[in-house]
Design a protein around this ligand. Structure first.
Ligand SMILES: [Zn+2]
Length: 100
């Protein structure tokens, strides 16, 4: 009975390590690091590595939008060029875009 329990836990341990490695590979995270941590430490450490690696990949992108004509600019300008053609100097509002 004890052998069966140990065998089941071992199989679950290896399954979790392999599944985390596949998840890391699909997420473009270093799969060898996840496999190493999952097998030698625990699958929990492999999972924590994936979470940490994902968090460091968040990039903040800024865009500037005209509140009048809703045109989006990629660079900061003093006012909207399109509204300036109508003699209206509309200041642009900064917007944050999160991307993975
Ligand atoms: Zn405008």
């Amino acid at each position: 009975m004890l052998k069966l329990i140990i065998l089941s836990v071992g199989i679950l341990y290896l399954y979790a390590a392999v599944m985390l490695t596949v998840k890391a590979r699909l997420s473009n995270i270093s799969w060898s690091s996840v496999l190493f941590r999952s097998l030698l430490l625990t699958p929990i450490m492999g999972y924590l590595y994936i979470i940490k690696a994902r968090g460091s990949r968040i990039i903040k992108l800024y865009r500037y939008q005209c509140p009048r004509c809703h045109t989006v600019f990629t660079e900061k300008l003093p006012f909207c060029h399109y509204c300036a053609k109508d003699n209206i100097k509309s200041p642009l509002k900064k917007r944050v875009i999160h991307s993975l």
